[in-house]
Ligand binder design. Structure first.
Ligand SMILES: [Zn+2]
Length: 89
């Protein structure tokens, strides 16, 4: 049986789209910047992130997905990290 360490996150709209749809395209490099940020923060655990899209409202805190410090609307996401002992990647 696998147990999970679940953490609730507040992520920016770019992370929301990346986690929910696997892509975000606004004609800028925002998506690439967010992906880079997510890997820097989460490493291989980035594949355990998912978003349900619930609106959390405007926030001045950095995005907890990619670390982006722009203020803006945040959306709910979850990190569901398996915690099986002795099986650390
Ligand atoms: Zn983000």
């Amino acid at each position: 049986m696998t147990t999970f360490d679940q953490t609730e996150l507040a992520v920016c709209v770019v992370c929301l789209h990346l986690l929910a749809n696997g892509e975000f395209n606004d004609g800028t490099d925002a998506a690439q910047t967010a992906v880079t940020g997510m890997y820097r923060i989460w490493g291989f655990n980035v594949r355990h992130l998912s978003a349900d899209g619930a609106e959390l409202g405007f926030s001045t805190w950095p995005c907890e997905g990619c670390g982006d410090t722009d203020h803006g609307d945040r959306y709910r996401a979850f990190a569901l990290i398996p915690t099986r002992r002795g099986d650390q990647a």
